[in-house]
Design a protein around this ligand. Sequence first.
Ligand SMILES: Cc1ncc(COP(=O)(O)O)c(C=O)c1O
Length: 415
Amino acid sequence: MKDLFERIIKDKGPLGKWAKQAEGYYVFPKLEGPISNRMHFNGKKVITWSINDYLGLANHPEVLKVDGEAAAEHGMAYPMGARMMSGHTKYHEQLERECAEFVDKEAAYLVNFGYQGIVSAVDALVSKNDVIVYDMDTHACIIDGVRLHAGKRFVYKHNDVESLEKNLQRATKMATENNGGILVISEGVFGMRGEQGRLKEIAALKEKYNFRLLVDDAHGFGTLGEGGRGTGFEQGVQDDIDVYFATFAKSMAGIGAFFAADKDIIQYLQYNMRSQMFAKSLPMAMVKGALKRLDMIRTMPELKDKLWENVNALQSGLREAGFDLGTTQTCITPVFLKGDIPEAMAMVNDLRENYGVFCSIVVYPVIPKGLIILRLIPTATHTLQDVEETIEAFSGIRSKLEGGVYKRIAAAMVQ
Ligand SMILES: Cc1ncc(COP(=O)(O)O)c(C=O)c1O
């Protein structure tokens, strides 16, 4: 028999094994100063393209004022306990009413974290006789929710409606045999490459198959659809989404999340979602802060307009400069380049240190070997000057990448 920690200490896992080279710079970097288009990293000011503060609310003076006042009045503890027991307030209810109304559903239920919320909602919605059919590229929280499922699950090829239909046929057979139902799960916006989930086509399959649809709209809420109401509105299929989810961690620049659906379904979640039944309620400062943010999203359409002005300038500028942005249809702006991991690290180092541009880097095993994605998240706080400087910087690093400069730097570092 082994000591449990023996393996853990030796094998740090697929990402952990890079800790020594990457920590503090490529992973766990410290971005400092007020959240905005330019922040401090490693002692220098950089244009920040890695923060999901889409609408620029994180550091908006009106938001800071409400957050500060709520924290001063309630501290960070109130209310104590789980919602069901002692952690419930009229403000939680008000926020739920307003979220539901905003996304045009009968009711909503708050959760403390999107990740845990999704895991727990998937767990609560299906029993062992039910079948889950989900997109291959969905976020880890959906995968983890599916892992808890004691029954059958089928995964369909990413955003491939034909593959979904094939799996729905298998799922229908299985669910019929077991006397269960089917839950289909997609994202509204896929966070890595920026495609929208093909919700319209998925919804159309309801004519032929009997299933319920759960959509994780973490990135669509606030950025897409009329008034920022999300991907369901963008594609005109909000009514076909049976359980709608959005987090407060992106456009709302806060923490927490909500599910919205018919009253009966929300009531079921209130009484069956273990992550909420057995955990402390969302603190009041977050609840009051979220009410303020939602009000600003509703009443300040100029925030979304500014976001999209920046998105359009950045994406068209990069495309004109010859960059491959894949199939993005949203704010998420992935720039696809070719190279190995050491080259990618040398390139990002150059981009941050010498061009003053900070963005996220995605490499194998998240994407296929030999591919590098530099992922940019435009926000309403960016300026056209930021866009211009970034496109110039990207052109600079691309010439060096193609000229083998980063390969040589990486090789020299190994020696
Ligand atoms: C698609 C998607 N779902 C869920 C989450 C989790 O949300 P939260 O940060 O509120 O836990 C995220 C955030 O990273 C996300 O991108």
